[in-house]
Design a protein around this ligand. Structure first.
Ligand SMILES: *Cc1c(COP(=O)(O)O)cnc(C)c1O
Length: 219
């Protein structure tokens, strides 16, 4: 299925009107489909795999802002740091320290979101509230150079029960409000199946793949 430019335009207009940033999730998708949206003005693209992000970032236009939305392994941090606009899924101090080390080496700042576990599924990554509070407290006492925490990211349960999804997004929004000391500006929540629910619950950034690019094959 080719990229759906009409769907893109409609979703983009809808999100623009609400002041929400659209990250077009292009994982597994070829350069020409990314360029089709680029030509429409899209600049924020999301990728889940380090190698794929690096390949695309080094071959596609330099003004694309690449978002890493997958689970980042510490041994891949140095590969991605030069190319990434925002790392969405940071969920450990160990990972933050590694990002800080690589950022410092390169003399750059890396924007990060802390991932919070809001879904009931066991498989999703992320911090619970206690871990989030401990991590933020640790950073407060002992700041890491090269890291800019910009907010929170979360994924709701994969379910058709939109009441449940709404509750989960509401929980994330409440944590965002509770722990934001005024320096945060990004609440990344909402995907193809639930972005309108996320928008209504105060999302500032949604990550949408399949509505724009069609269903993905398994990688
Ligand atoms: C793949 C992915 C998305 C996009 O999912 P769609 O349902 O295709 O919109 C969003 N966020 C994360 C973390 C993803 O891995």
């Amino acid at each position: 299925m080719p990229v759906n430019v009409a769907a893109y335009k409609a979703i983009k207009a809808e999100l623009d009107a609400a002041g929400i940033t659209l990250v077009a999730v292009s994982k597994t998708k070829p350069a020409e489909e990314i360029l089709a949206l680029y030509q429409e003005g899209q600049r924020d693209f999301g990728e889940n795999y380090v190698q794929e992000l690096v390949e695309k970032a080094t071959t596609l236009p330099g003004d694309i802002r690449w978002h890493f939305i997958g689970h980042l392994q510490t041994n891949k941090v140095k590969l991605i740091v030069p190319y990434v606009q925002l790392v969405h899924g940071v969920d450990s101090l160990r990972l933050l320290k590694e990002i800080s080390k690589e950022a410092a080496k390169k003399g750059i700042m890396v924007n990060c979101l802390l991932q919070v576990h809001i879904a009931t599924e066991e498989t999703k990554f992320g911090l619970n509230e206690e871990e989030l509070a401990a991590l933020l407290n640790g950073l407060n006492n002992d700041p890491l150079p090269g890291i800019r925490i910009q907010g929170l990211m979360g994924m709701a349960s994969f379910t058709a029960d939109m009441e449940k999804v709404k509750d989960e997004f509401r929980t994330l929004r409440a944590l965002y409000d509770k722990y934001n000391t005024g320096h945060w500006s990004i609440l990344s929540m909402g995907m193809s199946g639930d972005y309108r629910v996320a928008a209504a619950e105060g999302s500032s950034m949604v990550r949408i793949g399949s509505l724009l690019f069609g269903e993905r094959g398994k990688k």
